[in-house]
Design a protein. Structure first.
Length: 239
């Protein structure tokens, strides 16, 4: 059993886990305690949840954590071992390789996902594939369809989950009066990974290959020392 976090009667907070991934800077960091309500106050108020503020030692951003109270004892207030999730690390993506409209739509999709708004997330994912089709042309629909089918095969996604993902991405608005079942958390997670893979295969991969090939043609000066007299003017075509 995991040891609880607890506040003792001397107002000292004892926690087992004091480090983790910071949702702001993404570093694995130690979190220092900035503020915690006092023992006497908690004993009087007896709230079901207790909020504390810690600071990421890496980026110095304050973070709010909320613990559920497990037990009220004479000499301590015991909390559940893990705080409730308040701030999630944002999903990162190489947006700069996407066309502007695709990037803007997908950024919003990820924000919905991060906020736990799964139906809004589904709508924005569909808008993202729509933006991709507008960018690539309607004839790319089949290729995108194949890529999504490939994700199903590679990741061994079950038929029910895959059907939900495909419905979100490719089927239009449902007929009036019928609304499809809302996405479950699992389906949303699969949809998220499918979208990331789809965008990666379509845009990121191409951009990285092109950048790598450009580097081969015009290697940066510092990685390949040139003999004296070889002037950088010969690289001006690389811009
Ligand atoms: Zn941080």
């Amino acid at each position: 059993m995991t040891t609880s976090a607890y506040l003792d009667s001397q107002n000292r907070l004892h926690r087992e886990t004091v480090s983790g991934e910071c949702p702001h800077c993404g570093n694995s960091a130690h979190f220092s305690l900035l503020a915690c309500p006092g023992f006497a106050r908690l004993r009087t108020d007896r709230p079901a949840r207790v909020g504390i503020v810690v600071q990421c030692d890496s980026c110095r951003t304050p973070l709010f954590l909320r613990y559920r109270v497990r037990a009220w004892l004479e000499d301590r207030v015991e909390f559940h071992p893990h705080p409730e999730e308040m701030e999630r690390a944002p999903e990162r993506f190489a947006y700069d390789t996407l066309p502007e409209r695709v990037a803007a739509t997908f950024r919003e999709a990820l924000a919905c996902h991060g906020a736990g708004l799964l139906q809004a997330f589904a709508v924005m994912c569909r808008a993202t594939t729509q933006a991709m089709l507008e960018d690539l042309g309607e004839r790319s629909r089949l290729r995108i369809f194949d890529q999504v089918a490939e994700v199903k095969m590679l990741a061994e996604i079950d038929d029910g989950t895959f059907a939900a993902v495909r419905r979100v991405l490719f089927e239009g608005e449902p007929p009036r009066g019928t609304s499809p079942a809302p996405l479950t958390r699992l389906q949303a997670a699969v949809l998220l990974e499918t979208m990331k893979d789809l965008l990666f295969q379509t845009y990121v991969r191409r951009a990285r290959l092109q950048a790598a090939l450009r580097l081969r043609q015009f290697p940066p000066a510092e990685s390949a020392p040139r003999p004296a007299g070889d002037l950088p003017a010969s690289r001006s075509a690389g811009g």
